[in-house]
Design a protein around this ligand. Structure first.
Ligand code: ITT
Length: 197
């Protein structure tokens, strides 16, 4: 019985179609002794201005599809000079405009401040518990894309904490995980997951 309880607490399902996200999450949760299993299904992603609402809906939908307790993670890049754009539309904007398109919008813009925000939404069908955890990373939009690691907007995002103005794409996963929005949201999820009653 004891072993069963321990196993239940130390294994978590992550519903995502993005293997980069999974690899980041797997390492962060491993720091807490939690093993992560990727479920390659996508909960419906509603159009909304609030990424927390998007994440919650997506967690409920993904859990309905596979009848497992799981979490999803929704993230976006919010650029100050563009009034928070692309924010909740980051996925679509990445596919259509890409990093080059964002740099074009930022041409001659002096204020390069931006932040990544992440929401982890965990749902347990048994008991219907839904919890969310947030994280953010402050930084700047680079003048040019740099680096080849990571995914999405990583080549144009320089987190404030990194020395030398390096972008996320110029870092190992381990270093990105020191500063990233996703790592922060996942660490607060992990604390809660391990210590809940
Ligand atoms: P899911 O299957 O988990 O939904 P996704 O790639 O669609 O994966 P999101 O909707 O959360 O993920 O992310 C929106 C977009 O924001 C994503 O396509 C990237 O372009 C960008 N993004 C999010 N987190 C990022 C990160 O850590 N580094 C770079 N770009 C990121």
């Amino acid at each position: 019985m004891k072993t069963k309880t321990r196993l239940k607490r130390k294994l978590v399902f992550f519903a995502t179609a993005n293997v980069h996200k999974f690899n980041e999450a797997r390492r962060i949760l491993a720091e807490f002794g939690i093993a992560t299993v990727m479920i390659n299904i996508k909960g419906v992603e509603i159009q909304d201005t609030d990424i927390e609402r998007i994440a919650k809906t997506s967690a409920l939908d993904a859990a309905k599809k596979c009848s497992l307790p799981l979490f999803v993670e929704d993230a976006g890049l919010f650029i100050k000079a563009l009034n928070g754009f692309p924010g909740p539309y980051s996925s679509y904007v990445y596919k259509t405009l890409g990093t080059r398109g964002i740099l074009k919008l930022m041409e001659n813009v002096e204020d390069r401040a931006a932040e990544f925000r992440s929401v982890v939404a965990y749902y347990e069908p048994e008991g219907g518990m839904l919890k969310t955890f947030q994280g953010k990373a402050e930084g700047k939009i680079a003048e040019e894309p740099r680096g080849t690691s990571g995914f999405g907007f990583d080549p144009i995002f320089q987190p404030v904490e990194a020395e030398g103005g390096r972008t996320f794409a110029e870092m190992s996963t381990e270093e990105k995980n020191r500063y990233s929005h996703r790592a922060r949201a996942l660490r607060s999820f992990a604390e809660w997951f391990l210590h809940r009653g």
